[in-house]
Write a protein that binds this ligand. Structure first.
Ligand SMILES: NC(=O)c1ccc[n+]([C@@H]2O[C@H](COP(=O)([O-])OP(=O)(O)OC[C@H]3O[C@@H](n4cnc5c(N)ncnc54)[C@H](O)[C@@H]3O)[C@@H](O)[C@H]2O)c1
Length: 275
């Protein structure tokens, strides 16, 4: 897809970070947006910025992990448009903690949002794209799908699932003229870490979380660069699109030096180590 003007695009997690930046970028390029989030204030903020620059958008408060919410959303969208041109399954939550410290409640929550949310988006919107004979789906995965850090088993599992699912879905939908891309951002300065659940030793106080937040701030790789990477993935129908330099490094390392990736996974991430 080369031209975004007058395209109908839906973005989940559009009230903050990467989702908000991508919504603004698509709006600048002339798309009509459906903005979806559980955070109503965030959604309104994105919508105001779009409307202030003359863009068109609709907002829906919706939990992507709830099939009831997502079915209502799909009905509402399809009552207005026969099909989406662009679906960006971006909503996600972060989590950190060693395997034995991660509660089942956390596993369920993360898998509901990060995996089931992506699956539901595709399940409910792809059939109409198939009827239309065109469209593009972007699923936001992570470089955590390339390197399995020991403090991130549930996050890593969720993002590996998104990557594997996206690659299979891409092969499946190819014959219908629909592209599917998995985007793997890297370390991006958004509120995700501040909103993440930290469990076990690293979650006993806010020290480790604050260190991680500071590290992401200092790294300062911005969400608008991820938005441009998402646009690139759609324009060139890319299967997998790492974004930041560290995401590219992990992508290539996984292929060329898997032993180094294995060794790195066992190391403490400097900004995540408990004192
Ligand atoms: N920031 C990073 O470093 C980074 C790195 C790799 C991958 N990612 C992925 O990028 C995506 C966006 O993250 P971000 O960094 O912009 O984070 P963010 O916290 O700024 O934005 C995530 C948005 O998703 C929304 N959300 C959370 N749960 C939801 C639910 N159940 N239903 C609907 N909306 C929900 C939040 O309210 C928030 O507005 C996520 O999937 C994340 O895992 C981020």
């Amino acid at each position: 897809m080369k031209n975004f003007n007058n395209k109908i695009a839906l973005i989940t997690g559009a009230g903050s970070g990467i989702g908000q930046a991508t919504a603004l970028e698509l709006s600048r390029r002339g798309s009509e947006l459906w903005l979806v989030d559980i955070n109503e204030a965030g959604l309104e903020d994105t919508a105001k910025q779009i409307q202030a620059s003359g863009g068109r958008c609709h907002t829906r408060v919706c939990n992507v992990g709830s099939s009831t919410d997502m079915k209502k959303l799909a009905k509402r969208v399809h009552d207005t448009h026969p099909a989406l041109d662009i679906l960006i399954n971006n909503a996600g939550i972060g989590v950190a903690g060693r395997f034995v410290d991660t509660s089942l409640k956390t596993w369920n929550k993360v898998l509901d949002v990060n995996v089931k949310g992506v699956m539901l988006g595709c399940h409910l919107f792809a059939p109409n794209m198939i009827k239309q004979g065109s469209g593009h789906i972007v699923n936001v995965a992570s470089a955590a799908a390339f390197i399995a850090a020991k403090d991130m088993p549930v996050y890593s599992m969720s993002k590996s699932a998104v990557l594997g699912f996206s690659e299979s879905l891409r092969a499946d939908l190819h014959e219908y003229g629909i592209g599917v891309s998995a985007v793997c951002p890297g370390i991006i300065n958004t509120p995700i870490v501040a909103n993440s659940v930290f469990e076990g030793k690293i979650g006993q106080s806010d020290t480790v979380k604050n260190k991680a937040v500071e590290f992401y701030k200092k790294r300062n790789y911005t969400a608008d660069k991820v938005a441009l990477g998402i646009i690139d993935a759609i324009e060139h129908n890319l299967a997998v699109r790492p974004i930041s330099p560290e995401a590219w490094a992990m992508y290539w390392a996984k292929r060329w030096v898997p032993g180094v990736v294995d060794w790195l996974g066992r190391k403490d991430i400097p900004f995540m180590a408990a004192d």
